[in-house]
Design a protein around this ligand. Sequence first.
Ligand code: AMP
Length: 286
Amino acid sequence: MTVIETPAEMRAWSTARRAGGLHIGFVPTMGALHAGHESLMRAAAAENDAAVLSIYVNPAQFAPHEDFDAYPRTWEADLAMAAATGMDAVYAPRNLYPEGYATHVAVEGVSDGLCSGTRPHFFRGVATVVAKLFNAVQPDRAYFGQKDAQQCAVIKRMARDLDMGVEVVEMPIVREADGLAMSSRNRYLGAEDRARALCLSRALETARGMLEAGERDAAALVAAVRAAIAQVDIDYVELVDADTMRPVARVAGTVLLAVAAQVGPARLIDNLKYTVPDTERNAAGV
Ligand code: AMP
């Protein structure tokens, strides 16, 4: 496994492999790797001829008051996990925004609402860095987690709109044994906050039960989740269309029930995707 630090070297590595007909799988991360990242790496290694992991804590997606400096950095452990999961290269650029940097990618529509409410520059920062990483790595497939569902929708839209020729693969949420969605930020949680954080996944499970029992009213689902997570500081609870990220009043097609909350020192997000069964759609003549 090779470690690459500059965009030029990354491009050269990938160009040589693509010239040899190899397909490249890519997993972009900010490091502090856990089993969620590992599942993306395993898929990238299994489904492609060569696999690249990137580790870059992207300053462009943090607001000045956010946790850029405190964000966990676990370089040695990350490298060990990358090697053990079959990565061929780790791309760890030092600085992607040299003096005079001026270009940003804004993905309209899907970036609105949800996490943009409290993090207005977040998706511009994410889309910009992923565009830069794609240009250097030149992947055939890139793997993202449903845990960050809005981010995944933004990247899918960007890849399509800018004709990047990258297939964006969305992978399921990996959870702790008790249901808490894995996140690098879970490290911030003390024992009490860790116990409180569990209400997020439990609330979504309650909502899943309601959906499976036929509940189709967004307000009822949102109210049930809000009531179940009242002990944390709620940022949002919303039911949106899974592709457009626009709020919906009733469940139809595939929807995303998404939550974000501040739990002690950590801002946590979680979500549930639900597709209305074909039988119901056919009965409704849709
Ligand atoms: P991050 O390092 O937090 O920027 O995440 C890098 C990638 O890992 C993103 O595509 C995330 O959606 C994905 N990821 C983070 N947590 C999980 C999880 N619990 N399950 C699956 N994928 C995840």
